[in-house]
Design a protein around this ligand. Structure first.
Ligand code: ATP
Ligand code: MG
Length: 352
């Protein structure tokens, strides 16, 4: 293994202040930047699943691509096992074998002209130097690890001969071939039939425990995040607005945006009323709103929300949210905003 023994208490992968601004052309209006990810810090400890949830365009895929180093951050840093990640070709190769990305679409991530055997044996040869009979045995072992058994039945099949779920399992097996510490799964089940989604989510859960993988699960479905994840990170318009233990966040969301997400996708296991009615749409990331980016949509918005970006404040044990409503200096203002929002149709405010 390239990176020595794992250090207790040190996350397998950590991002500090990751920011990505994409330069874009706006025709006659000249150049601009898309603020796709802004000052994102998160830790992925081994043997845990961290879910990143948010609407389309909130920056989830940008974050996962930054974590794979497929794109270079505008600023911020990555630490693998507590060590800053270097930029030499050798260090890049080492990083790629430690941090693996599983894509949304198992159709396009596997090459239709090659069989399962090719997809599994190639990384085994390149990264682990396996040859001959050992290759065959390792490829079968990989299929067993993703519950494609008996392995012989799948090894010589082509992608088009497999179901979507089986293809996604092959894609995950291929990722495991390089013995990663971190698996980044960007909407891994959203293109699969509903009936096979649970099987793939359960596989990720098994891998978390059995292989002690640090898993990032990117999804727009907060109910599946609650099902699978230990920790939930909520993104809105390129920023993290709330994070904390999965069950706690879904039972007691502190940020009005988290409440909006939960009300849009009610979890049958969650008790209590739907709290917020949605209004408006996410902002442009070229000219994001000043202050809190959510304030134009927030029924609890106070004057300060349009003026200054909210600090990240404690919202419960290990739970934090970037929201002025949680500020101890603004309880009177927040109560007033809640009363107005209540009259407007929202039933309670995050501090309630
Ligand atoms: N290469 C790029 N150049 C310019 N803008 C980009 C680029 N990649 C992403 N963006 C923009 O960054 C923002 C975040 O996109 P991203 O793909 O990260 O969102 P997402 O949360 O993954 O959305 P979805 O749920 O639809 O997959 C969007 O406004 C998108 O248009
Ligand atoms: Mg995406």
């Amino acid at each position: 293994m390239v990176h020595g023994p794992k250090r207790p208490g040190v996350p397998a992968l950590e991002a500090r202040g990751l920011t990505k601004h994409f330069p874009v052309h706006r025709g006659l209006r000249g150049r601009a930047v898309v603020h796709a990810a802004e000052d994102i810090s998160l830790a992925l400890p081994e043997a845990t699943v961290t879910a990143v949830v948010g609407e389309s365009g909130s920056g989830k895929s940008t974050l996962s691509r930054l974590l794979t180093r497929l794109i270079t951050p505008t600023s911020g840093e990555l630490l693998l096992d507590g060590e800053p990640v270097g930029t030499s070709a050798r260090e890049r190769r080492a990083y790629t074998s430690q941090v693996h990305l599983v894509l949304q679409d198992p159709f396009s991530s596997l090459n239709g002209v090659h069989g399962v055997r090719y997809h599994l044996e190639r990384p085994l040869k390149l990264h682990r130097g396996a040859r001959g009979e050992q290759l065959d045995a390792l490829a079968k072992e990989l299929l067993e690890r993703v519950s494609l058994t008996p392995a012989d039945r799948y090894l010589d099949k082509f992608p088009h001969e497999l179901s979507g779920g089986q293809r996604q399992r092959v894609a995950i097996a291929r990722g495991l071939a390089v013995r990663p510490r971190v698996l980044l799964a960007d909407e891994p089940v959203s293109m699969l039939d509903v009936s096979i989604r649970l099987g793939v989510l359960n596989l990720l859960d098994e891998l978390r425990e059995r292989e002690r993988l640090a898993i990032l699960y990117v999804t727009h479905d907060i109910a599946s995040a609650r099902y699978l994840a230990d920790t939930v990170v909520v993104m809105y318009a390129g920023q993290v607005v709330e994070s904390g233990p999965a069950q706690q966040i879904t039972d007691s969301p502190a940020h009005p945006y988290t409440r909006l997400l939960l009300s849009a996708a009610p979890d049958p296991h969650r008790s209590g009323p739907v709290v917020l009615r949605g209004r408006g749409a996410p902002p442009s990331l070229i000219d994001p709103p000043g202050g809190c980016r959510f304030h134009p949509r927030c029924p609890f918005a106070m004057p300060v929300c349009a003026e200054a970006a909210p600090p990240t404040l404690p919202a419960g044990p290990d739970q934090v949210a970037a929201c002025w409503l949680l500020s101890p200096d603004r309880t009177a203002e927040a109560a007033e905003a809640a009363a107005v929002a209540g009259a407007d149709g929202a039933t309670s405010h995050p501090g309630a």
